[in-house]
Design a protein around this ligand. Sequence first.
Ligand code: ADP
Ligand code: MG
Length: 494
Amino acid sequence: MNAPVKSSKLIKGATGDWEVVIGLEIHAQVTSKSKLFSGASTEFGGDPNSHVSLVDAAMPGMLPVINEECVAQAVRTGLGLKARINLSSVFDRKNYFYPDLPQGYQISQYKSPIVGEGTVIVDLPEGETFSVGIERLHLEQDAGKLLHDQHPTMTFVDLNRSGVALMEIVSKPDLRSSEQAKAYVSKLRTILRYLGTCDGDMEKGSLRADVNVSVRRPGEPFGTRCEIKNVNSIRFIGQAIDYEARRQIGIIEDGGVIEQETRLFDAGKGETRSMRSKEEAHDYRYFPDPDLLPLEFTQAYVDDLEAHLPELPDEKKARFISDFGLKADDAGVLVSERESADFYEAVLGTLADKARDGKLAANWVINELFGRLNKEGKDIAASPVSAAQLGAIIDLIGEGTISGKIAKDLFEIVWTEGGDPRAVVEARGMKQVTDLGAIEKVVDDIIAANPDKVAQAQAKPAMVGWFVGQVMKSSGGKANPQAVNDLLKAKLGL
Ligand code: ADP
Ligand code: MG
C-alpha cells in the first residue's frame, strides 16, 4: 500500500536488487493491576510464584473471569490506532504444551479479535512520513518463565507472569526496511504510552516483537516469510531484519528456496537461527473457549472510552505546528514523550494569560534542556530546572533584561544551584546594559586603541563584527548587541 519512499531501500545482491518485506506482531503487556482472567497481581519483580491465583495455576474446577479493565485498555488502544472496534469478539483456546502455562492451552482470540483494521502514521527523522496498516489487535494470556540457572539438573518455573494480559498487535506486511520497522515500533510505543495502555518497557519484557521477514525482486509477489520470535529491543529488531534479509537473498541467489520457519535472534552473534519449522493455525486446534462467553459491548461503551482518550501524539504535533508556529521536526521531538510535551506546554504557560513565544520556548526546551538532560542521562521528570524556572529565563530574554548568551550562564546556575532566575539576575548583576552612556565609553576606548581595525572596517563594513565582539567581551557579555552594533556603526561612519 505504501508509495515507494526513500527509506524503503533496495538491497544489492549478487544478481540484482532485492526488496525486504516486513510485518510485525507486537506483544504489548496491558497496563492493569490484575491479570486477564484472575485477580492475581501483575506487579513486576515479585518473589517467584508470589502472584499466582488458583486460576493461573490451572487447578481443577477453576474458571476464568474476564478483567473489565483489560478489555477497556484494548478498546482504548484500538481507538488510538484508528482501528475498527468489534462490538462482539470471541476467546479461543490455542492448544499447546508449555511448562510455564499450566492450563495446557493459551486463551487467545483467533477468528474474532476485539479490534480490526487500523493505521499508524510514522515520521522518519529526515521528514519523511509513511503509514502502516494494522491487521488486528487481540487479547491473550502471557506464559510464565522457566528458570534454568537455579539448579544444576533441574529447571524451575515462575508463574508470576502466567495469565497476564497481552495485546497482540499485528501489522500488515507494509514495512520495507529495518529503518522503517524501528520507526514503526517506536511510534507504536509512543502511542501506547500516551494512552497509558502499556508502559512500553522493553527491558522488562512489556513489549516484544515477532518479526516476519521475506525478500522479493521489486514488483514481484511476496516471497516466503520467516518469523523471528520474541525480539526484545528496537536495535535488535533492526539487526535481525538486516541479517535475515541477507541470509534469504543468499539462499535464493544460490538457487535454494526459503522454507517457512520460526527463527531465533541471537543478540550476542547478531544472527538468526532456525528454531522449528513453521506451525500452521490448524496445528493448534483452535476452538472457542467454553468457559467464556463471547465478549459483547455497546457502541455507547466505545464512544465513552473514546471521549475520554488523551490527546495523541499526531494531534498534539499538528496543534504545536499550527498554534505555536513550530517546525515539524521540533514538534515531533517534543511530542515523542508525553512528559516532554507537557513540560513544553508548562514552559509556554498557555493556560496563563501571558503565553510565551512558542519557537523560543521550543528552542530552549529542545536544545538547552534536553541537551543537558541527555548529557547527564537524566529523565525529564528528574530535571533540576522546572518549567516555571525555564519560563522565567525565557521572559528575561524576551523583555531584554538578559542577552541570549547570559541566559545560558543563568540556565547553568539555576541547573546547579536552583533559585528564582529573576532574583539570581539581580543578585549577580547579570542584567544586560542597554544604557548607551555606559556602553559608549567602552566603544570609544576600543576604537581609540585599534586605529588599524578602524581603517579596515571603513573599507569593509562587515569588519564591524570584530568590534561588536570586543565590546561584548569587555562588558562581560552584558551589553545589548543591537545597541552596540548601532553605536559602532554611527561612530565608525558606516
Ligand atoms: P502467524 O500467527 O502465522 O504468525 P499472523 O497473521 O499472526 O500469522 O501474522 C503474520 C504476520 O506476518 C503479519 O504481521 C504479516 O504482516 C506478516 N507477513 C505476512 N506475509 C508476509 C510476507 N510475505 N513477508 C513478510 N511478512 C509477512
Ligand atoms: Mg505469528
